[in-house]
Design a protein around this ligand. Structure first.
Ligand code: 8BR
Ligand code: GLC
Length: 457
């Protein structure tokens, strides 16, 4: 498939040439510290034996979805390994938090969608970004790369944007303990069917989508500095909190900020993440029409279909059925009125848009290069790393899907023209032994929306 090689090269050039046109991107709300640990079989088995192997295995069958003791912590880790699936549970016990801190990490990294995108867009792509950082402690601030990355600071009514390292404050380190394992990783009789991670989330701020005062009181001044906003972090919302407030209070605040963005003509992208609560998911779907764009993976699209479609369609999406996935994207667009839906899965991405143009496909190709570079290096530091990903082979397993789309929908060069919509499809680059997987989804979605948007300026 020589075609894709040429398309990939052009896409890289087109997108990187256009990026300097972007004046600013707002990234909110979740920024935290990720403590990454690459699991080791012996260490993990010993720890599980110590808390009681039998009990832990029982809990894997009935996953509690939160962590109140060590048995639940290890059940979460084992559940992820057994299924090869990502999961994120809250740590509700101080004792477990202490244990996690002592167990430690191999590497501290920027975490949270907003934080990860800030380093990518500002630090690697050099596009100015304003980022929401709930607790800008020394550890947190130290994880920001150099570059045009800013947090707002207000003095009375005066306002300035400074790099997070110039705005360090006292506060709590919001640590998410990330346990990464490779495909084939073994613990006792369990073997991981694919690489993934389990997250033990010990963070009381992002859990409630904490919004800093500057963002609540001066949002308009911040919004005036940007032409694109990427919103994330709502997936962790609970239906009700102990002080009587609910997820609705948070969604209302987000909706009012969205109105400000829309009035100012700022384009907005919502980055979906797996949202356990159905009520919260429904609340988010109701708001989607006020965004320009949404990004999601197969698990997330299926979970949305449970609400706007039916469980059969959800199941088909989850099983990777291409045409069912396209139906689901169309249905989501019908139901919400949103202009752009970007779907990513292992091996290919699609974008359904209410407008046309090769820039949509090019942005997906650029995003696939960024994802491959991220998988290869764990942390992206320089734009040439993205360029180097051109040498990673294009995923041949997606070629039958390309042929099916060419046959059934007259796709040409990755683009399907529909009466009032366009579908772009790209086979991606897959790195054989990825360093880690956390943050790749964020890299894909933010690179694609930025890459596409830059070319419209
Ligand atoms: P989510 O976390 O939103 O699911 O995004 C993860 C994405 O990372 C997948 O959809 C897939 O496209 C990409 N990815 C994974 Br996982 N492993 C990869 C690899 N080894 N090379 C390139 N992309 C990968
Ligand atoms: C979630 C996690 C965070 C991680 C991010 C990566 O937001 O809470 O720790 O960095 O996902 O996508």
């Amino acid at each position: 498939m020589r075609l894709w090689k040429g398309l990939y090269m052009n896409a890289y050039e087109n997108v990187t040439n256009a990026m300097p046109r972007v004046r600013g991107v707002l990234l909110a709300y979740n920024t935290n510290v990720d403590g990454l640990k690459y699991l080791e079989t012996n260490d993990l088995e010993e720890r599980i034996e110590r808390v009681g192997r039998e009990r832990v295995f029982e809990l894997v069958e009935k996953p509690p979805g939160r962590i109140r003791n060590l048995e639940e912590l290890f059940a979460g880790i084992l559940w992820s390994i057994t299924h090869g699936k990502a999961a994120e549970w809250f740590v509700e016990s101080d004792e477990v938090r202490e244990y996690l801190m002592e167990w430690g990490w191999d590497e501290l990294r920027m975490g949270g969608q907003a934080g990860i995108m800030a380093n990518l867009l500002g630090g690697v792509y050099r596009v100015p970004v304003v980022v929401h950082v709930p607790q800008n402690t020394e550890t947190q601030a130290g994880l920001f790369m150099d570059g045009p990355i800013y947090v707002p600071r207000f003095y009375d009514s005066a306002f300035e944007l400074v790099h997070p390292r110039e705005a360090v404050e006292d506060g709590e380190d919001l640590i998410h303990y990330i346990y990464e394992f490779p495909r084939g990783f073994r613990v006792f009789e369990v073997e991981a069917p694919r690489e993934n991670r389990f997250i033990a989330n010990a963070d009381d701020y992002n859990a409630r989508v904490y919004m800093r005062r500057e963002f609540r009181e001066h949002f308009k001044k911040i919004a005036e500095r940007v032409d694109l906003a990427i919103i994330s972090g709502l997936h962790v919302l609970k239906e009700r909190y102990s002080d009587g407030s609910t997820y609705r209070d948070v969604l209302d605040r987000v909706a009012s900020q969205l109105r400000v963005l829309n009035r100012l003509g700022v384009k907005s992208h919502f980055e979906f993440a797996y949202t356990a609560s159905e009520a919260v998911r429904e609340g988010i779907i109701e708001m989607l029409g006020n965004f320009t764009s949404v990004g999601l993976n197969e698990v997330e699209l299926a979970s949305v279909m449970e609400i706007v479609g039916d469980s059969t369609l959800a199941e088909e999406v989850l099983n990777g059925d291409l045409f069912a996935t396209i139906d689901a994207m169309n249905l989501l667009m019908d139901e919400t009125g949103i202009e752009r839906i970007h779907f990513h899965t292992y091996g290919h991405y699609m974008a359904l848009t209410r407008y046309r143009g090769e820039h949509v496909r090019d942005a997906l190709l650029f995003a696939a290069l960024a994802a491959a570079a991220k998988a290869m290096h764990g942390n992206l530091e320089r734009l040439p790393q993205v360029r180097d990903a051109l040498s990673v082979p294009t995923n041949e397993r997606a070629f039958p899907l390309v042929e099916a789309l060419e046959r059934e929908m007259d796709m040409e060069n990755g683009i399907v023209d529909m009466t009032d919509r366009q579908l772009a499809f790209v086979p991606t680059k897959i790195v054989a032994s990825p360093k880690s997987t956390v943050g790749i989804g964020d890299t894909i979605s933010s690179s694609a929306i930025l890459g596409e948007f830059a070319r419209t300026l």
